[in-house]
Design a protein around this ligand. Structure first.
Ligand code: M6R
Length: 614
């Protein structure tokens, strides 16, 4: 949700921290701040708005001598975006500064107690409460680490925090509980951050901190400890293999555009090592020791939920596994949930840190279910807590709007359907695909990168033209049927989150049950009408919209008998794999619309890349 970086080293620390924050800005960007010690004084500089505002403020500060600092880029949870609510927050005595990602659920209770003891609060944040609680515990604990741990043990909720103290100007303290925090080990310098790109130019050696762990770091030393009793923990550092190039714009105007255009590569990478030598089976060794599920529950949020909805069609059709798909925030509070023996739960999350999805995973595990985690971010909480983790290998996705992640999730879902189909086939099940059918489907998957590579530039042109034509629309319907319904949901989500145009994704057959009342000449429809068994039905729904003077863009294949305002032809593929061709068209339309309307494409208002709070 928010971005944190802490640095202890030999370089001027504030520029390192600001540069790290820039690479974390996708996590939140309504205010930013930094803390460092100068001549024994803990100095905090904060600004409302994007990082540039903080940089402007820092221009007037002599910061070069500090070699230890921390920073924060915020996505508001408590209190409006304002300088007083920006992090770091200082304790009343000015000796401690804290940055925080997450929510302290019992902060009101703690605040009342501290207020009674004479503490005063200048912000509406839970973070200011926590830093004062640490200050209070310093009075009874023998050292700062003891006070830090004592305060955190009292805090309920989710957090990743970083702490600095004016008495120890060369040390950063940090801790995590249900929010991401990674430690980076450099040479003569150490880092802690919410995400690896923050420090990747300096080190590839990382430790994924566990929930309930504290790290204390100076330039040349670090210790990890259990929050519970301050006993030391041990870790073997891991090496990050991807580089900054993968997390930079590479000549594209926005990360989102770059990530849309990366989809052919994402498919190639996703297939690498995942197809057997005969080309008729998927290799997913992560699943080899697990039974083929009798039923599968897919749980996810946002775009990942849409991938799950789409994947259901393949899992049911190709592998004959009954699938339920649910939004994680609903799943986690559904009291009557009864998982049956042999049921399996698949949680899907690009970031692997989404709070609701993580909570759903934990509930499913508590109920004894086998939980598979399909994630993009290696070492993320979901990947680590799942019974088995599968990685989408899409590389870092920086744009807040998810694009290539969905493509990679769809590919993995297709591979899972093929894999379980193969297992059932080997066990003589008759209700699944044959070897020949799997060979054909795998061949289609393998053809996707070249097909998309060839068509993406033309799709981009169409998207640009249509976005300009429809830029004055204030509402949009996205309609689809069958496997195109999740795509309609995704198209609408992309349009609303990027361009702030109201858009609804609907199952086309539901229109006549109410929503069609909204249609008039100013309310256009984006219809998915691909060449599959449901095309005649989709066409009827389009005609119904047109009968109410609604304008229609139809994403369709060549040669289909359709009379619409804009017939957008995409390459023909058999359903449901045609989704791989439709998805980039939907993404590009929203991208172009937002860019044309002058919106902040990579960092839309009110959003954050990784939603680590409820
Ligand atoms: O990291 P996750 O896949 O768990 O994230 C889920 C959603 O927060 C995410 O897909 C969100 O809906 C995006 N803004 C969509 O573009």
């Amino acid at each position: 949700m928010c971005g944190i970086i802490g640095y202890a080293g030999h370089r001027p620390a504030v520029p390192v921290v600001v540069e790290g924050l820039r690479r974390l800005e996708y996590r939140g960007y309504d205010s930013a701040g930094t803390a460092f010690v100068r001549q024994g004084d803990l100095r905090v500089v904060r600004a409302k708005g994007k990082l540039a505002a903080l940089e402007e403020k820092l221009a007037g500060e002599p910061v070069v001598t500090a070699t230890c600092a921390m920073g924060h880029t915020r996505w508001a949870t408590h209190g409006v975006p304002a300088e007083r609510n920006a992090h770091p927050h200082l304790s009343n005595d000015g000796t401690l500064a804290l940055v925080h990602n997450g929510i302290i659920e019992n902060y009101q209770e703690i605040k009342e107690d501290l207020t009674a003891r004479g503490y005063v609060f200048h912000s509406e944040t839970d973070t200011e409460v926590l830093v004062n609680l640490i200050a209070e515990r310093r009075k009874s604990e023998k050292d700062l680490r003891g006070a830090f741990a004592a305060a955190l043990r009292e805090a309920k909720g989710a957090y990743a925090v970083c702490l600095m103290c004016n008495d120890e100007p060369e040390t950063v303290y940090a801790a995590r509980m249900s929010a991401p925090l990674i430690f980076g080990l450099g040479t003569g310098e150490n880092f802690v951050a919410s995400d690896i790109p923050a420090f990747l130019p300096y080190t590839r050696q990382v430790v994924f901190l566990e929930d309930g762990e504290i790290v204390c770091a100076t330039a040349t030393n670090y210790e990890t400890l259990r929050l519970e009793d301050l006993r030391p923990t041990t870790h073997v550092p891991q090496t990050i293999l991807w580089d900054m190039q993968a997390a930079q714009k590479g000549g594209y105007r926005h990360f989102m555009l770059k990530e849309i255009f990366e989809q052919p590569r994402v498919i190639t990478d996703g297939l690498t090592g995942r197809v057997n030598g005969d080309g008729d089976g998927a290799l997913l060794p992560e699943l080899d020791s697990l039974p083929v599920p009798e039923r599968l529950h897919i749980v996810a949020c946002g775009t990942s939920w849409h991938s799950g909805l789409w994947g259901r069609h393949l899992l049911e059709h190709w592998a004959h596994i009954p699938v339920q798909v649910e939004i994680a925030s609903e799943f986690r509070y559904r009291e009557s949930l009864l998982l049956r023996k042999d049921d399996m739960v698949l949680v899907i999350s690009q970031s692997g840190e989404t709070a609701d999805t993580l909570a759903a995973l934990r509930i499913a595990r508590e109920q004894g279910a086998t939980v598979l985690g399909l994630c993009n971010v290696v070492g993320s909480s979901i990947a680590r807590e799942a019974s088995s983790a599968l990685y989408t290998q899409a590389g870092p996705e920086i744009s807040v709007a998810s694009t290539k992640a969905m493509c990679s999730q769809m590919l993995m879902l297709a591979l899972m359907a093929l894999y379980w189909s193969g297992r059932k086939d080997a066990g003589d099940a008759s209700d699944t695909q044959t070897k020949d059918q799997r060979r054909y489907l795998i061949g289609l998957l393998e053809s996707l990168p070249a097909l998309l590579e060839a068509h993406l530039p033309g799709m981009h042109e169409n998207a640009r033209r249509l976005a300009r034509k429809y830029a004055d629309a204030r509402n949009f319907f996205y309609l689809g049927r069958g496997h195109c319904f999740p795509l309609a949901l995704e198209g609408a989500l992309k349009l609303k989150e990027l361009s702030y145009i109201h858009a609804e994704g609907y199952a086309a057959g539901e229109m006549k049950h109410g929503p069609i009342a909204l249609i008039d000449s100013a309310f256009p429809t984006f219809a998915l009408a691909l060449d599959d068994a449901l095309f005649p039905k989709a066409k009827s729904n389009i005609v119904e919209v047109q009968a109410r003077q609604g304008k229609v863009i139809a994403l369709a294949n060549e040669g289909l008998d359709l009379a619409v305002d804009d017939h957008w032809v995409i390459p023909r593929l058999p359903a449901p794999l045609s989704a791989f061709a439709a998805l980039p068209a939907l993404q590009l339309f929203s991208y172009e619309m937002a860019d044309y309307l002058g919106k902040d494409v990579d960092q839309p208002r009110n959003l954050a890349k990784s939603v680590t709070v409820e």
